[in-house]
Design a protein around this ligand. Structure first.
Ligand code: G4P
Length: 320
């Protein structure tokens, strides 16, 4: 099973973001702290590198993420050139309030009233861009006249007299190369699914929880996790909650829905779906799988070609 996501308006949004990049000083990319790389679009980094703009990667929703994983991601991103990570939650006004000063420190040549720092907020759907913008703009000072004429067509949203947001969030879409990214994005609700896929997503989540947070499963639902797999987790949720369909079978659909809902709301606990280490292990496994598929396909193609050549030789050799 593979989840894909190709909205038709992706190209025009990309073009718009590329154009805006020229007129901004700093990119703020909002990521989901529970799945930072799966919730990032690599195009953002390519665009900002092309224009040599620094980037502030906001690891948002830390209230839902595993603090140890978030600390590992911060160290990982801070080690990359031009990148600064800021773990935060829009639920804490103090976290939001630190952003303008942090942003200014990343582009020190800007930030005077005649040269305000120009920021673009980018990110895939549901990571919290709008919530963040609204929280930031509570401090809005409407002094649009101070802005030098850079892009007159665009409305400027002032955070304070030193900092201005371009008005449209740079909406990007996840680039799903690995099937596990699609599952993580669906689990965290960044992309929608139908009921059938929801079960697959819940099985995947069950596997992740078993591997990394078995004690949280036991604490929430009261079952032992030894010997279970992802499907077993969902069945145990059904068993514990008494979700059965007619005939006595487990109501897996309902249990899948409950598991996902509990995860998304934080009811199971603070859970990160990936860490820098688990990410590199997944990438390696994915590459090995792709290489193996390519090897099998090449072998099949060679076999077919050989059979075709043999058939041709046979026809040519056959007497009239
Ligand atoms: P977007 O513009 O990037 O698409 O995201 P938006 O601000 O609309 O936020 C998406 C969801 O994430 C919203 O919940 C919002 O309340 C929630 N959210 C934003 N920041 C945080 C945070 O720091 N912590 C937590 N826990 N939630 C945050 P929603 O409308 O209920 O959507 P959903 O979560 O049910 O999908």
């Amino acid at each position: 099973m593979s989840i894909q996501w190709f909205p038709g308006h992706m190209n025009s949004a990309k073009k718009q973001a590329e154009e805006q990049m020229e007129f901004i000083d700093l990119v703020i990319e909002v990521l989901d702290a529970r799945l930072p790389e799966a919730s990032c679009n690599p195009m953002v980094d390519r665009m900002r590198k092309f224009r040599q703009r620094p980037i502030l990667k906001i690891l948002n929703k830390t209230d839902l993420a595993d603090p140890a994983a978030t600390a590992a991601w911060k160290a990982y991103y801070d080690a990359l050139p031009g990148v600064t990570a800021y773990p935060m939650t829009t639920k804490k006004p103090a976290d939001v309030a630190r952003i303008p000063a942090l942003a200014l420190s990343l582009a020190p040549h800007r930030g005077v009233p005649t040269k305000p720092l120009r920021i673009m907020i980018m990110g895939i759907p549901n990571v919290g861009k709008s919530t963040l913008m609204n929280a930031l703009l509570k401090k809005r000072v409407a002094k649009v006249g101070d802005e030098p004429a850079v892009t007159k067509v665009q409305q400027k949203l002032y955070l304070d007299k030193h900092t201005v947001l371009v008005d449209t969030p740079g909406l990007m879409w996840p680039k799903i190369e690995m099937p596990s990214d699609g599952l993580m994005l669906a689990a965290s609700h960044a992309i929608g699914t139908n009921a059938l896929i929801e079960e697959e997503v819940a099985f995947f989540l069950g596997d992740v929880l078993l591997e990394r947070y078995p004690q949280l499963l036991t604490a929430r639902y009261g079952f032992k996790t030894e010997g279970l797999d992802g499907i077993g987790v969902v069945e145990q949720v059904a068993a514990r909650r008494g979700f059965r369909v007619r005939g006595g079978e487990f109501d897996v659909e309902k249990a899948a829905h409950v598991l996902l809902h509990d995860y998304r709301s934080g009811a199971i606990g603070r859970i990160s779906l990936e860490t820098p280490d688990s990410r590199s292990a997944r990438i390696e496994a994915h590459r090995a799988e792709v290489a193996e598929k390519a090897r099998i396909a090449a072998e099949k193609a060679a076999q077919k070609a050989e059979e075709a050549a043999r058939g041709k030789r046979g026809t040519q050799a056959a007497p009239e």
